[in-house]
Design a protein around this ligand. Structure first.
Ligand code: ADP
Length: 451
């Protein structure tokens, strides 16, 4: 097992990984920017190294600085967390070249799934159903013809997309030209690559993703699905496991397809296969070759510590469980608490004045903030995740309401009021929502408030 792991990330996820390491008896190195010297993960780590100024490009994305820190501290592995360098194949390669272990899949698998066009082609070849669309990258000259074949509405997507950027819908042939131009411009600006692909635009799908776990001994298991349909601007806001729309037979069928594919691929580590689910059919969207922000809800219903398994697999150990040991118990919901205004979604960095977390049975908070903590303006606005577990979905929602009632964060704006509203919204309570529901609900609410 590793002696010392460098955690190349910040915020709640850095703390999440640190906690797993400490429980496993592994020493930790925190790396941080100048803006994060007071962060909780930095305070709790065995060692810490400042790797550069506040902007991520000069710190959390600064591969040379991170590798030097690992070298100086004598770390034998690097955990990239989520975001930043977690899906950067070149970084994974550099870590290995420096004689350390990258806690993640091979650089080849990261690269394969990082390009959404090759990912889709690969998924199809592995027997995973995909959204109908352009086969491979979109040939712009033939776009109109391809769109006719796919059938309107169509969605233009960036081949190197992420975070919902570079996506535009064309509802009719008359919209196509403009949608292509806009998607290309956004893709170029965000990813430096304007290659697009086209998909049929599904009008009322749910976002359902399968968690998998694979070791280097040929064992692959799935830990069921998460429903992440409640989204704003393609960003997840509220997630649940299991999905209110999936029964155990469907789960087992999809789980088998996914596990067979991952086995054929020879993949190692944790991974998530994202699908759109509409009218009883699944369509592959992408595979994330890393830990996901919403992984705790899977941990709550399976009792499996995903980060611990991930670290063990990276060290060459076999999984501690087999598929038959995976028992799904109860229901879990995660509310993403961002430091943002609950109505305008404008980020709200600043100093946390009062901080009082809920507790009690079935409540888990993954967060690195504390009273007096200064939220820097440079990074993602996620500051806390409220994760709640109960025997049934109904009890889980009651518990979410109870926990949100106790949660106090002052000094900055947060999404707590939004989550309180969602936890009593009729459609949410009934589990009756698709990926467009939240945006429509927010628009209706804004209209009502204005009147
Ligand atoms: P990104 O990597 O940028 O997050 P994804 O491919 O994961 O992009 O898509 C993000 C979100 O966009 C999905 O969760 C879903 O809400 C929506 N989306 C993606 N593809 C389609 C599609 N073909 N039809 C309808 N909505 C889609």
């Amino acid at each position: 097992m590793f002696q010392k792991i460098l955690i190349a990330n910040r915020g709640e996820v850095a703390l999440r990984i640190l906690r797993a390491c400490r429980e496993m008896g592994i020493k930790t190195v925190a790396v941080h920017s100048e803006a994060d010297s007071q962060a909780m993960n930095v305070r709790l780590a065995d060692e810490s190294v400042c790797i550069g100024p506040a902007p991520s490009s000069q710190s959390y994305l600064n591969m040379a600085a991170i590798l030097s820190a690992a070298d100086i501290c004598g770390a034998d592995a690097i955990h990239p967390g989520v975001g930043f360098l977690s899906e950067n194949a070149a970084f994974a390669e550099m870590v290995e070249e420096h004689g350390m272990t990258f806690i993640g899949p091979t650089p080849e698998h990261i690269r394969l799934m990082g390009d959404k066009v090759t990912a889709k082609t690969t998924a199809l070849a592995l027997g995973i159903p995909v959204v109908p669309g352009s086969e491979g990258g979109l040939d712009i000259a033939n776009a109109a013809k391809i769109a006719e074949e796919v059938g309107y509405p169509v969605l233009l997507k960036a081949a190197s997309g992420g975070g919902g950027k570079g996506m535009k819908v064309a509802r009719t042939p008359a919209d196509l030209e403009e949608a292509i131009q806009l998607a290309r411009a956004e893709a170029k600006a965000c990813f430096g690559n304007d290659q697009l692909y086209m998909e049929k635009y599904l009008t009322h799908p749910r976002h359902i993703e399968m968690q998998i776990l694979a070791d280097t001994h040929g064992n692959v298991i799935h830990l069921g699905e998460r429903d992440c349909s409640l989204q704003r601007r393609h960003q997840k806001v509220w997630e649940e496991a299991p999905s209110p729309a999936i029964d155990s037979k469907t789960r087992e069928e999809l789980g088998k397809i996914v596990c067979d594919a991952i086995k054929k691929l020879g993949y190692r580590g944790v991974g998530t296969i994202e699908f759109l689910y509409e009218d009883g059919k699944f369509y592959f969207m992408e595979m994330n070759t890393r830990l996901q922000v919403e992984h705790p809800i899977t941990e709550m219903i399976t009792g499996i510590d995903l980060v611990r398994e991930q670290i063990r697999v990276a060290a060459g150990l076999p999984l501690t469980i087999s598929q038959k040991d995976v028992v799904f118990k109860g229901h879990a919901i995660e509310c993403r608490i961002n430091a943002e205004d609950s109505e305008t979604f404008i980020p709200s960095p600043g100093k946390i004045q009062d901080y009082l977390t809920p507790g009690g049975y079935g409540v888990r908070i993954d967060s690195a903030i504390y009273q007096g903590y200064q939220i820097p303006p440079y990074y993602d606005s996620l500051i806390a995740k409220l994760i709640v577990h109960a025997d049934t979905r109904e009890e889980c929602i009651q518990r979410v309401r109870r926990a949100l009632h106790e949660y106090v964060i002052t000094g900055v704006n947060t999404l707590l009021p939004l989550h309180r509203d969602l936890s009593v919204a009729e459609d949410v309570v009934k589990g009756n929502y698709d990926i467009h529901w939240l945006e429509k609900w927010l628009a209706a609410k804004a209209k009502k408030d204005a009147a």
